[in-house]
Design a protein around this ligand. Structure first.
Ligand SMILES: N[C@@H](CCC(=O)N[C@@H](CS)C(=O)NCC(=O)O)C(=O)O
Length: 213
């Protein structure tokens, strides 16, 4: 059985939704981030970066939310959450997933934790935060334009793991001046996604009771 190491609403949310959508049995392993348990010697054995999430699949441990998502969709092709290998759609699937994890997610991290960049320079915090928010906002605009031209899902007519990943980031981005939902095509996609039982169940199991995103 899979074991997903998690803390509510953290980067585990996308793998968690995918596990639900695939319908495989899994165990949730709580990592008490409020107590810095992600930096405990036990957890560092699992993820030496001291970051959440991690997935245990038998003897295999996979870190990095996007890598976990890729592993799950590869192992469960019947769920149809990724296009066939070697096709143009598969290339676009990689492009969007890596864009989300590498570009949007990273700017959201800087926006949420500007002090990790500013170090002792407290005066720099606002500039760092504003810059990251502007860049994240631009990325969301790119997604909006793409969905307007090619939606309703990121890969067109076909739901894929990328849409779940976007839900996770959209939840994090809710407090932005231009939250994801201020963009009509993104909002429509989020409406569809948050109506899915897999999405609702994953957040419910993490203890989320408000509107998901
Ligand atoms: N690139 C990693 C980032 C993981 C990450 O930064 N997770 C956050 C929670 S969303 C974390 O564990 N933060 C705790 C810390 O930095 O100590 C991934 O996508 O898995």
């Amino acid at each position: 059985m899979y074991k997903l190491y998690y803390y509510p609403e953290n980067a585990n949310a996308a793998p968690h939704m995918i596990l639900e959508e695939i319908g495989e049995s899994y165990e949730l392993m709580f990592v008490d981030r409020a107590k810095n348990a992600q930096k405990s010697p036990e957890y560092l054995e699992i993820n030496p970066n001291g970051r959440i999430p991690a997935l245990e699949d038998g003897d295999l441990i996979v870190n990095e939310a996007a890598a976990i998502v890729l592993h799950l969709v590869d192992k469960h092709p019947q769920a149809g959450l990724a296009p066939k290998f070697g096709t143009p759609d598969r290339a676009k699937f990689y492009q969007w997933l890596i864009f989300l994890t590498n570009s949007l997610q990273e700017e959201l991290m800087v926006w949420q934790y500007p002090e990790r960049v500013s170090g002792d320079d407290a005066a720099a915090i606002d500039v760092i935060r504003r810059g990251a928010e502007a860049r994240a906002s631009n990325f969301l605009d790119v997604i909006e334009d793409h969905l307007g031209a090619n939606g309703p899902f990121v890969l067109g007519n076909k739901l894929s793991a990328v849409d779940f990943y976007l839900v996770m980031l959209a939840r994090w981005a809710r407090p932005m001046a231009n939250p994801p939902r201020s963009r009509p095509h993104v909002a429509k996609l989020l409406d569809r996604m948050t109506a899915l039982p897999a999405v609702r169940r994953a957040y419910e199991r993490e203890g989320v009771t408000d509107e998901i995103c």
